[in-house]
Design a protein around this ligand. Structure first.
Ligand code: ZN
Ligand code: ZN
Length: 369
């Protein structure tokens, strides 16, 4: 469990960022950002004021969960209608509750930052409800989440370890006649029984289907000579992992072995290039250069990697157009892949932590099983 000091530190950094942006108040709608700030994702909106006050607005059905989970801040309960015998509940719509909370925290005319994660409809209602305030878009909490603290890294490592055990089991099952969905079910059971959730729906894509980077898990039975891509992640105390291995059913052909080795070389070269101060786009370019040398560049059709934390896809991004610069404490995947129609696909995905000196590989499982 994360310490009290961690939550205080997060709030302090959020307030610092708000001050830098000249914000008096911040409205946080993203569930993962609310979780990051308060310890609970039960809220519909978390309001942070420059004086350090934090109020999580929750619907009545989530009020008790918020009270149990929140490590910081107060709960403001809202309901769309009156419920007999329930006291201390604000009856109205969410935007009206937000206005009530904001009015209690800051003066009229104050500058209110709004994080991007709201629908157009919600935005329109909020803008109307907060007339008299200066409403501006702001990116505060997502920015803080890019760099992980040591407690977060420990939880991520916990998720990685469980996913690895599940992956080992999945790889054992990859035999002729077994269905993709059976492998996926077993892998997810392994994670579940260790107290984890699944960070995303497990991908087991075999044979020609392995050429689909997001090829879910179908009823297809594995055949001798198939390439099989297993991509899975565990969620441990809200923190995610994301790992991929590619295996061949039976003996790999020479061509398959070359594909596996090329992708591994691209991945290891990219990991070697990781260092604080290096551009994420440069790390992506290293992997692309290796694959170009093997005549495979045109089959690498996605980004090299993505940050992992409370969400399985978050900042930073490792892609040709990324503007991110690597910093110690960032955790992300390095996952080159090649996808050849008809023949199949290969992807090798590991998670790394950026340290002062380079990259620490968080996965222990051998890259080519
Ligand atoms: Zn993955
Ligand atoms: Zn990934």
């Amino acid at each position: 469990m994360l310490s009290e000091a961690t939550f205080k530190g997060r709030l302090g950094r959020a307030l610092g960022e708000m001050e830098r942006l000249g914000l008096d108040c911040l409205l946080v709608f993203s569930r993962s950002n609310q979780l990051y700030l308060t310890g609970s994702n039960a809220g519909a909106c978390t309001v942070v004021a420059k004086g350090g006050e934090v109020v999580q607005i929750v619907y009545l059905l989530e009020a008790e969960r918020a009270r149990l989970e929140m490590r910081l801040g107060e709960v403001f309960v809202v309901s769309g209608y009156e419920v007999e015998g329930q006291e201390g509940v604000f009856v109205g719509e969410l935007h009206e509750a937000v206005r009530r909370v904001v009015e209690g925290l800051v003066e009229r005319g104050a500058k209110v930052g709004l994080e991007a994660a709201v629908s157009h409809a919600t935005y329109s209602k909020l803008a109307e409800a907060l007339r008299g305030y200066s409403l501006v878009s702001a990116d505060v909490v997502s920015k803080l989440r890019r760099v992980k603290g040591s407690e977060e890294v420990e939880l991520i490592e916990g998720a990685v370890r469980v996913a690895e055990e599940a992956l080992r089991r999945g790889l054992e099952l990859c035999e002729e006649g077994v269905r993709e969905c059976e492998v996926a079910a077993e892998v997810e059971r392994e994670m579940r029984k260790r107290g984890c959730g699944v960070a995303f729906e497990t991908i087991v894509a075999s044979g020609p289907r392995s050429a689909l980077p997001h090829g879910y898990s179908s009823l297809r039975e594995l055949e001798r000579g198939d390439l099989v891509v297993l991509d899975l992640g565990a969620r441990w105390q809200h923190y995610c992992s994301d790992t991929t291995r590619t295996v061949v059913v039976g003996q790999p052909s020479r061509e398959q072995r070359e594909l596996l080795e090329s992708v591994l070389e691209a991945q290891r070269s990219a990991i070697d290039a990781i260092e604080p101060g290096v551009k994420a786009s440069e790390v992506d370019a290293v992997a692309r250069r290796v694959l170009r040398g093997r005549g495979l560049a045109r089959h690498f059709i996605h980004s090299l990697g993505h940050g992992v934390g409370l969400l399985v896809h978050e900042a930073p991004t490792l892609s040709p157009k990324s503007k991110d610069v690597l910093e110690p404490g960032m955790v992300f995947t390095v996952e080159p892949g090649v996808y050849i129609k008809g023949l199949g696909g290969v992807r090798i995905e590991d998670m790394v932590l950026v340290t002062e000196r380079g990259a620490k590989l968080l996965t222990a499982l051998e890259p080519i099983p």
